[in-house]
Design a protein around this ligand. Structure first.
Ligand code: G3D
Ligand code: MG
Length: 195
């Protein structure tokens, strides 16, 4: 059966928990040991959404996030991105988010689905989470607080961004093919039939 494949990238500074979130989602595991690299460019996850078989190619920077030229290459062609920060770190959230949004605009594009994630919610927050949620909501981005350690909200977060990617893709195809269908599963069924 044809699967609809989407590229999803994880962004954010080193050690915020990007690799841990992917491993929690894909293998349902968590390692206390520092995972500087997973040794792969991407991992695959199959799921079904709106009745359509979806394959996610989840790209993780594998400890190379400090190098600008590597980051740009990884980000290109993304259908969606997850921007992660660490709630247990003292930092300027506004500055952090604007810095990453600049980079997303340069390498991925302005209208690509994005979710902002405050990770390590199992630890004592070092920033004001109410303010963070308010700030992100004003920017009109979805915001989720997760723990890769306990697994809290990890699956829901991946589902949410995937749903946004699928909806956007359906909208795009509908326009391009001048389709009448409004239901997302019908749109994907039609495309599958025509393959
Ligand atoms: P990165 O891929 O963004 O660089 P990692 O981040 O996934 O490698 O995680 C960096 C460190 O944070 C690791 O710890 C990891 O175990 C820890 N971590 C990741 N997510 C969580 C979480 O949700 N809760 C807690 N408590 N810790 C988390 P070490 O100690 O090896 O540096
Ligand atoms: Mg990593």
């Amino acid at each position: 059966m044809t699967k609809f494949t989407f590229k999803l990238v994880l962004l954010g500074d080193m050690a915020v928990g990007k690799t841990s979130l992917v491993l929690r989602y894909i293998n349902n595991t968590f390692s206390e040991q520092y995972i500087s690299t997973i040794g792969a460019d991407f991992l695959l996850k199959d799921l079904e959404l709106f009745g359509a078989p979806i394959r996610l190619m989840i790209w993780d920077l594998g400890g190379q996030e400090q190098w600008d030229h590597v980051r740009g290459r990884y980000m290109q062609g993304s259908d969606g991105c997850i921007l992660v920060f660490d709630v247990n770190r003292k930092f300027n959230l506004e500055h952090y988010i604007f810095r990453w949004l600049d980079e997303i605009r340069d390498f991925i594009g302005e209208n690509t689905p994005l979710i902002i994630v405050g990770n390590k919610i199992d630890l004592e927050p070092q920033i004001d989470l109410r303010r963070a949620a308010y700030f992100i909501k004003n920017l009109k981005y979805p915001y989720v607080e997760t723990s890769a350690k306990t697994g809290a909200h990890v699956e829901a977060m991946f589902k949410r961004i995937t749903a946004d990617i699928v909806k956007r893709k359906a909208e795009f195809i509908k326009k391009a093919k001048e389709m009448e269908e409004t239901d997302i599963s019908e749109i994907f069924n039609k495309i599958r039939e025509s393959h």
